[in-house]
Design a protein around this ligand. Structure first.
Ligand SMILES: Nc1nc2c(ncn2[C@@H]2O[C@H](COP(=O)(O)OP(=O)(O)OP(=O)(O)O)[C@@H](O)[C@H]2O)c(=O)[nH]1
Ligand SMILES: [Mg+2]
Length: 858
């Protein structure tokens, strides 16, 4: 928009001013009536499939204001200001990438999962301002502010995750904030968010960020203007200092503290990158760190998770050097050439190189030789005469050599008059171009060893090395480093949250590896303490709510209130240390034991607190030097972070081979891989690792038939049905098409209790047609259980599924389950070998039944 210079009435001037301002004015301008259009538009702001509750999301849209001038000052939206600063060439607002991971997980989310809203704008110079994108910008801003405020409230729901990138050209206005953009960011919180999440931001020693590092045009004033983050602070929470351990995003160089790194980097599908950097190339100075986990990561993730994360980091496409980034002898490489070269130069970086195929000499374009690589590789174009910018008029394999090479040749007694054309072979022999005669061997000259370090000439390869190089090159193949244990059959253990999956896993570990190691105990201790504080925090927050609703019954005495407030403040700020002082512990213990909090706890179902809450709080707050017991570890729910990917190896004796005395050789080896987080997409990224899984064991808490479950969008489901649908989805993945299935119907003890108590199976919609006959206790439970088994088998119509009831809290039961799995694996093997035939069953049978041809039922 430009201002007209002609004389205008003040009214018109006002109108023009308003027209400009109107782009920054948030208004609920979209007609209210058309809900589905609004939903469509909103949905378009998020990536396909993002979990968003469109009915409850708060937003506003901006549209140009066309009405009469108004008499009051108009508010400015914080992040659209640069539109008005350059009046001659208003930039087109082409891209909005506002929100990445806003919210993570559900359940008792700690302060560390505070939502992170972010956005940035990019502009395309010279194009006109886009009205619709301005509208979306403001909507995005509103989403962001809402996310921020919800974060403060620390609710426990899942929020929308991303708004798609709409265009790609970077905006100098945003990345390189200059003094001229003063007043742009009027709202300090907006400033903070913009700074925290400016993708591609990297820290320079002054604390500013350098947009050039990300391939973005720097601002006119060079380094990004007036944003100052104290050196060493976390890019997300702005806490910490230079001594705080941090993880660096490989793509943008942003650094995050241990509290923020998992929130910002999410499931790390490409290794250590902020979520919005996924798909972007890695910074070249970070490339040497690819696949090398930091200490911080090792603390946060399990060894198996680290292994997978590092594997993704090393192997994912966007982290690879791209062939077109390397130019050899003036020609961009193609993929095969790059692979060849990478076997030679492990640390190959993007750039222009020259390569003398005849001798194997290699260097950067315009520079002297850097090293020898295998000769005669089919990479790049023909060697250019001026490849190393030589000015000596002496040519080696057609390349004009540099001064230092010239001096070295002279020192070695090689005749180097102007216009000398030499040929050099990989083994050091040399002669005049076009002549068959070999004049000598450079590498064998006694002076050579002294001279090449002196002239910084690369060390020539010995003839042995030359022979070996071929063999090494042949053996250097990209080997996928998936989790592989020789001769062990992979058992994949899956289960929805709270199904008992990790109890089974831990039991297996104890059964086969003995007790937990001191490191594991320490890790569990920290996790359990963290959980205990979260539980207490949930109780204290609930108490405040209940007090507002119901009054004095929920009022704490002043002293405890003070202590509670301090505790909650520390939790909100993420400052609470895992090891708290004796005094604090005693205060927390008093709070927990206070009748008011106990009263609050009696409503634990409303608060979705797990059954183990009281046990954990009792132990953690009452024991000074708390060390978790095996029971604590087994019963503490949701201990793992993320998907909780973990593995344990064990062996079981094959009882069918027991006539032999060699017990060791009778044992079969297994690798149990346990993974949760099925309800999120994180699970999918592990799928490629499961191709050679021999059996899939799915754990369901059969007692969940009357339980509710809130999904990531906040919608309520029956927990058993939710778990069933996950199971169904998983077995449908192509990699599990032929995998035998075992369904562990866990928490049978709780199931028995509930059925006996009279909580009808029909509470679950899926079991609505259940009508038991007979009344004895055992027949009731048995019938109900058989009915459930039958329902599963019917549901998975056509798939062979083995079922087993279980109480995972009992070690012997888990041991039995493992043997059961072993039996099934053997049956399956024999079946594949044609020894067995599967007998389709149609009754409520607990296990699938088989027949051996000619031998009848077994
Ligand atoms: N009564 C009973 N409780 C069980 C059984 N199996 C597990 N639990 C308890 O159920 C809770 C959840 O078990 P976990 O093993 O943590 O469940 P999970 O599937 O790993 O779920 P998350 O930890 O939430 O991912 C724990 O407190 C266990 O002690 C069982 O068979 N019976
Ligand atoms: Mg668990």
């Amino acid at each position: 928009m430009t201002r007209k210079n002609s004389s205008t009435t003040s009214q018109r001037q006002k109108a023009e001013a308003l027209e400009e301002e109107s782009f920054t004015m948030a208004s609920s301008a979209l007609p209210n009536g058309n809900g589905s259009a609004k939903h469509d538009l909103l949905r378009g702001l998020f990536p396909p499939g993002a979990a968003i509750d469109l009915d409850n999301i708060e937003y506003s849209f901006a549209t140009p204001y066309n009405g009469p001038p108004v008499e009051f000052p108009l508010p400015k939206a914080p992040m659209a200001p640069s539109w008005g600063t350059n009046k001659t060439t208003p930039p087109k607002l082409a891209t909005i990438l506002p929100v990445a991971q806003l919210w993570r997980g559900s359940g008792n989310v700690a302060a560390s999962s505070v939502p992170a809203a972010r956005q940035f704008f990019r502009s395309t110079s010279g194009s006109s301002f886009s009205e619709s994108s301005s509208a979306m910008a403001v909507a995005a801003a509103t989403v962001e502010r809402d996310a921020a405020s919800s974060a403060a409230a620390a609710t426990r729901k899942s929020c929308p995750s991303e708004i798609e990138e709409l265009a790609t050209s970077p905006s100098p206005q945003l990345f390189g904030r200059t003094p001229s953009s003063e007043g742009i960011v009027t709202d300090s919180s907006a400033l903070q968010y913009s700074e925290e999440f400016s993708p591609g931001e990297s820290e320079d020693p002054s604390g500013n960020f350098d947009s050039r590092r990300y391939g973005l045009d720097p601002s006119p004033s060079g380094k990004g203007g007036n944003i100052h983050r104290k050196r060493g602070q976390c890019y997300r929470c702005l806490r910490g200092n230079r001594l705080t351990e941090k993880e660096v995003c490989l793509a943008c160089g942003s650094k995050f503290c241990s509290n923020c790194v998992l929130v910002v980097m999410g499931s790390m599908p490409e290794g250590r990158k902020c979520e919005e950097c996924v798909g972007r190339p890695v910074l070249e100075d970070r490339r040497p760190f690819l696949g090398k986990p930091s200490r911080l990561l090792k603390r946060l993730l399990s060894p198996l998770e680290i292994q997978q994360c590092m594997k993704s980091e090393r192997e994912c496409f966007s982290n690879q050097l791209q062939p077109e980034q390397v130019i050899v002898n003036g020609r961009r490489l193609i993929f095969e050439e790059l692979i060849l070269l990478q076997q030679e130069c492990v640390r190959l970086k993007p750039g222009k190189y020259w390569y003398d195929k005849a001798s194997g000499l290699w260097g950067r374009e315009g520079e002297k030789p850097h090293m020898f690589i295998t000769p005669e590789l089919k990479v790049g174009g023909p060697l250019q005469q001026n490849a190393s910018n030589g000015t000596t008029q002496v040519f080696l394999n057609c390349r004009e050599i540099t001064k230092s090479e010239f001096k070295m040749l002279k020192a070695l007694g090689v005749q180097c008059t102007p216009q000398t054309y030499l040929v050099l072979y990989p083994d050091g022999r040399y002669g005049d171009e076009g002549q068959k005669e070999i004049k000598g061997n450079l590498w064998n000259k006694p002076m050579m060893r002294l001279l090449y370090p002196f002239f910084s000439f690369p060390t020539p390869r010995s003839s042995n090395q030359l022979v070996k190089a071929d063999a090494v090159a042949a053996s250097r193949k990209v080997s996928p480093t998936s989790i592989e244990v020789k001769d062990a059959s992979k058992i994949l253990l899956l289960g929805h949250d709270g199904s008992g999956r990790s109890t089974i896993f831990k039991q297996t570990k104890i059964l086969h590896n003995g007790q937990f190691s001191p490191e594991e105990l320490q890790k569990y201790k920290e996790m359990i303490l963290g959980k205990a504080y979260q539980f207490l925090n949930v109780l204290l927050e609930a108490r405040e709510r209940f007090e507002e609703e119901s009054g004095d019954l929920y009022t704490l005495n002043d002293q405890l209130k003070d202590a509670a407030d301090k505790f909650m403040a520390s939790m909100a700020a993420g400052h609470l240390e895992r090891s708290i002082s004796k005094n604090t512990r005693s205060n927390l213990s008093k709070i927990w034991n206070d009748p008011v909090i106990q009263q609050t706890y009696s409503r634990k179902d409303e608060l979705q607190l797990p059954e183990v809450t009281a046990d954990i709080l009792n132990r953690v707050l009452q024991i000074q030097d708390y060390v978790p017991s095996v029971t604590d570890i087994l019963s503490a729910e949701g201990l793992e972070q993320g998907t909780g990917l973990a593995e344990v190896q064990f062996s079981l004796e094959d009882k069918d081979l027991s006539d032999s005395n060699d017990h060791e050789s009778n044992r079969r080896r297994y690798q149990l891989i346990s993974i949760g987080g099925l309800a999120t997409n994180e699970f999918r990224k592990w799928l490629d690792m499961f191709e050679d899984v021999k059996i899939l064991v799915y754990c369901v808490a059969v007692s969940d038939y009357d339980q509710q479950w809130t999904d990531l969008t906040g919608a309520l489901h029956n927990k058993l049905i939710f778990s069933r649908d996950l199971f169904f989805k998983i077995v449908g993945y192509p990699c599990f098409q032929d995998t035998p299935l075992v369904l562990l119907l866990n928490k049978y003890d709780r199931f028995e209790e509930k059925v006996t108590k009279g909580i009808p199976l029909t509470t679950c919609e899926w079991f609505s047609d259940y009508s038991p006959v007979g009344s004895s206790h055992s027949s009731q439970v048995q019938q109900a259980y058989m009915y459930v088994v039958h329902k599963y088998k019917r549901f998975l119509d056509g798939r062979r599924v083995y079922t087993l009831q279980l109480n995972a809290q009992e070690q012997q039961a888990v041991s039995g389950a493992l043997e059961y799995v072993q039996q099934i694996l053997k049956c399956e093997e024999e079946m594949r070998a044609g020894l067995w035939m599967h007998h389709e069953e149609s009754n409520y049978g607990d296990t699938s039944s088989f027949t051996i041809p000619g031998q009848g039922h077994r």
